[in-house]
Write a protein that binds this ligand. Structure first.
Ligand code: 5AD
Ligand code: SF4
Length: 439
């Protein structure tokens, strides 16, 4: 038998890409590849790219440039680009960077084995179509490998919302949900492999609607079905859109025992004028009402969000409306960005806010958000939470896990074992994590 070939895969961007990279490693495993942590000894290098951040394509080209020396030393080395930049740039990547042997879009990962074979035969392989067939079905599982206590499971991809700043509807295509029956099978398989917490992933996850054994299922239906899976202890989902926060999903937060009290619900801005121009199709007040209903359902719900400052035509007054909304909600965590143009999206053509103005607003916004995060963390001291331990911490004898609220919690106690869920009393709060003792 020949020695296994080595695959180095570098993943950019969101959890969706982390999940996709795992599937690509599995798919190429069938071609005799094992994963390596460094490009230096790789037989194939794959960049799994993300298009959300600014100058994403440029960064990919400069990363590719770095492999010139390696490829010169090792002509058999194959270099591929996957993910949203591959989808957006297509053939252009091979034109601009002749080192590249393979370009594959997110809808075509099931074709990787045959594409890899094509590159071994000395040809270039390109596939950025949006096919009708189901890519997940084709990514057949290899013999069951043990997994850590937490896993992501993609249930939905793409988006039909067309927010004026966002490339996702162009790079990931229209919204498509996977059949619920398939997801439930995969979830049971994950649990057999040691997983205790599953995070359902989708660009617009709460728009989920997939075929189940007894007809169409909403995200809430799917969560309830997962709630019945023995051995699965925790369910989360991300990322949601306010307009798809259906009544049954709000009710699940009140009633479904395994659904964790944490919700990432981006609002992006607090000014109705800006929300309209972003094409978010809801007002600040509707969002606040929704938060109120969610908190009625689950009073201890921890909220997280995404914010964009300096969207075209945002005035200081509009910005203050975002600050007011943040004060009204009080977020446990949040992600914030300066608006940056994405070619091909409507907002890219509009009057832009000066860069120094954006910097100034981002600083003020982040100061407020970090203050809220700190307050949320500090308020945990003295409380008891349940922690699912995931891995050893940085210090000797320490384990790290997550609370129900997704706080990172450190415990220094030999009795804390990976995969266990234990009651922990929080004794100290730091900027990004909590310290606790077994209760
Ligand atoms: N500029 C800045 N932030 C953006 N996001 C998406 N597109 C842009 C853009 N053009 C942010 C949004 C989204 C998160 C994933 O990235 O806040 O929710
Ligand atoms: Fe992008 Fe999310 Fe808007 Fe869809 S809902 S266009 S993924 S920001």
């Amino acid at each position: 038998m020949s020695a296994p070939k080595k695959l180095y895969i570098k993943t950019y961007g969101c959890q969706m890409n982390v999940y996709d990279s795992e599937r690509m490693v599995e798919a190429l495993g069938g071609q005799g590849y094992v994963e390596t942590k460094t490009p230096d000894d790789a037989d194939m290098i794959l960049l799994n790219t993300c298009h959300i951040r600014e100058k994403a394509a440029e960064k990919v080209y400069s990363e590719l440039g770095r492999y010139k020396g390696l490829k010169a030393e090792k002509p058999d080395l194959k270099i591929g680009v996957a993910g949203c930049v591959a989808q957006a740039e297509g053939e252009e990547i091979m034109r601009r960077q002749p080192l590249v042997d393979l370009v594959v879009g997110p809808q075509s990962y099931h074709r990787l084995p045959e594409m890899e074979a094509k590159t071994r035969a000395g040809a270039k392989a390109l596939d950025t179509d949006f096919p009708e067939e189901d890519k997940f079905e084709h990514l057949k599982k290899r013999p069951k490998a043990a997994r850590g206590p937490t896993a992501f499971l993609t249930v939905q991809e793409g988006c039909d919302k067309f927010c004026a700043f966002c490339v996702v509807p162009y790079t990931r295509g229209a919204e498509v949900s996977r059949p619920a029956t398939q997801i439930l099978t995969e979830a049971r398989d994950l649990v057999e492999r040691g997983v205790r917490e599953i995070t359902l992933l989708g660009q617009n996850v709460n728009a989920y609607h997939g075929a189940g054994p007894n007809g169409d299922m909403s995200l809430a239906d799917l969560i309830w079905a997962l709630n019945d899976v023995d051995g699965l202890e925790r369910i989360r989902f991300t990322t949601s859109h306010p307009n798809d926060m259906a009544d049954d999903l709000i009710a699940a937060h009140a009633e479904c025992g395994k659904l964790m009290p944490y919700l990432h619900l981006p609002v992006q801005a607090g000014s109705d004028k800006i929300l309209k121009r972003m094409n978010r199709s809801h007002t600040a007040e509707q969002y606040l009402k929704l938060i109120e209903r969610l908190r009625e359902a689950r009073p201890d719900l921890h909220l997280s969000g995404d914010f964009i400052v300096g969207f075209p035509e945002e005035t200081e007054e509009d910005f203050q409306a975002t600050m007011d909304l943040i004060r009204a909600v009080h977020y446990g965590t949040a992600y914030s960005f300066k608006y940056s143009t994405r070619p091909g999206t409507p907002a890219a053509e509009r009057d832009q806010v000066p860069e120094d103005e954006k910097d100034d607003r981002l600083q003020r916004l982040q100061a407020l958000l970090s203050q809220q995060q700190r307050e949320t963390q500090d308020a945990m001291v003295g409380r008891e939470v349940k922690v699912l331990f995931e891995k050893p911490g940085r210090l000797e004898g320490q384990m790290v896990g997550k609370s129900e609220y997704l706080h990172a919690v450190h415990v220094a106690d030999a009795a804390a074992q990976k995969g266990d869920i234990a009651r922990v009393r929080i004794v100290e709060s730091g900027p990004n994590s909590l310290k606790g003792v077994l209760a």
